[in-house]
Design a protein around this ligand. Structure first.
Ligand SMILES: [Zn+2]
Length: 391
């Protein structure tokens, strides 16, 4: 009798001990989930329970000074699917329809439709004609859920190459990547809207839960000081000049209103098509293109996109000689511009203790008229014009 008593007591003690251990383990697991992993799990649950589809805002238009649109956003549509909302027996049918309407690979589409994720993108920025075809198919086949057609926008440049280096272009998410598009991205892009929907654990619809719609806010328009007519004239003549003079590095022109400082035109040759910014722009580059490595392709594209009129340094130096000679004629320092031997170049000139060389110091120009000095771009003559005036 006594023995059984002791055994029973012992058993109870052991049980109690085991229970305490289980209890402690449970408490620590709960604390771990609550305090350590809490916020992470909460956000995972949010993603699972809320199905968000973004609505892209309409990007602002870029106009020239006369309000001619140089960059516009056209309305297109994006198609996504919620695989869990498509009935298993419909999946192949849906994949077949999507792949045939949008010219996509059937197997790839089927894989997306069968996925266990809550949202998959089928096609981005497609024409309304195509999505209308899909709408009709959905209606005829009584597919009411699982396929979303949302409005989106696509950038379009109506004048292709015109002012390409000024305007720049956007990426697949409508983000500005170069030129004005990149510089004023914040002003142009607007803010994204959302379609929010509550879902169950598997990503399916919850009966009676409505979609809530947060509209997108469109971007602001931008008016440039560029005049499209002047820009096209400047581009035409720059191209002609570069071809006629075989300028292998291309060329630039900046046209400015001297009274206001407004830039009326700014051209770089060769330019590129803003609607296809990743394609080579010259015959020469087109020929090499397929043999280039990715790294060299990137370098070539960056070179093509660069607005050399504002990014590359150029010393005005000799171009200013026109001003010096005009002033010399106006002030009567030189009366006969063709009088030979009026000036002399010995290869260098010392001024205020500094010796400045002629660019042809190794074979000085010797005796010259002002006209010849200008033709030779002779540095000592133009420095001398100034000192003669002073004496
Ligand atoms: Zn000289």
């Amino acid at each position: 009798m006594r023995n059984t008593d002791i055994t029973q007591k012992k058993r109870m003690r052991n049980m109690l001990f085991v229970n305490i251990i289980i209890f402690v383990l449970l408490i620590s697991r709960i604390s771990w989930l609550q305090f350590v992993k809490g916020s992470e799990l909460q956000s995972m649950a949010y993603v699972q329970q809320n199905l968000n589809r973004n609505i892209n805002p309409k990007r602002g238009t870029i106009y020239d000074a006369n309000k001619i649109a140089l960059a516009v956003s056209a309305t297109v549509e994006t198609v996504t699917v919620n695989p869990t909302n498509i009935a298993t027996e419909d999946k192949e049918k849906v994949a077949k329809a999507l792949s045939s309407i949008f010219n996509l690979d059937y197997e790839t589409v089927l894989k997306k439709v069968k996925k266990k994720t809550s949202i998959e993108t089928i096609v981005k920025k497609t024409d309304k004609e195509k999505t209308n075809e899909l709408r009709i198919w959905m209606d005829q086949n009584n597919i009411l859920s699982g396929i979303n057609i949302d409005e989106d926008t696509k950038r379009f440049y109506p004048y292709n190459n015109l002012a390409s280096h000024i305007i720049g272009f956007t990426g697949s998410d409508n983000q500005g990547l170069d030129g004005i598009e990149a510089k004023f991205d914040k002003e142009l892009k607007g803010s994204q809207g959302k379609i929010l929907k509550l879902t169950d654990a598997k990503g399916g619809d919850i009966d009676g839960s409505a979609e809530s719609y947060v509209p997108a806010i469109d971007g602001n328009d931008l008016v440039l000081s560029i005049d499209m007519t002047l820009q096209s004239i400047v581009e035409k003549y720059l191209k002609e000049a570069c071809i006629d003079n075989v300028c292998t590095d291309g060329g630039n022109i900046v046209m400015m209103n001297p009274k206001t400082g407004d830039i009326l035109a700014m051209a770089t040759y060769p330019n590129y098509n803003l609607n296809t910014p990743y394609e080579p722009n010259t015959e020469e580059l087109k020929e090499q293109w397929n043999n280039l490595e990715q790294k060299d392709k990137t370098t070539a594209l960056q070179q093509m996109w660069r607005n050399k009129a504002i990014t590359d340094g150029y010393e005005p130096g000799s171009t200013f000689k026109l001003i010096t000679s005009s002033a010399a004629i106006e002030e009567g320092i030189v009366t006969d511009t063709e009088k030979s031997g009026e000036f002399s170049c010995t290869g260098s000139i010392e001024i205020a203790g500094v010796r400045i060389n002629c660019w042809r110091y190794y074979r000085p120009h010797g005796a010259q008229s002002l006209r010849e000095a200008l033709m030779n771009s002779c540095n000592p003559v133009f420095i001398g014009l100034r000192s003669k005036n002073r004496c």
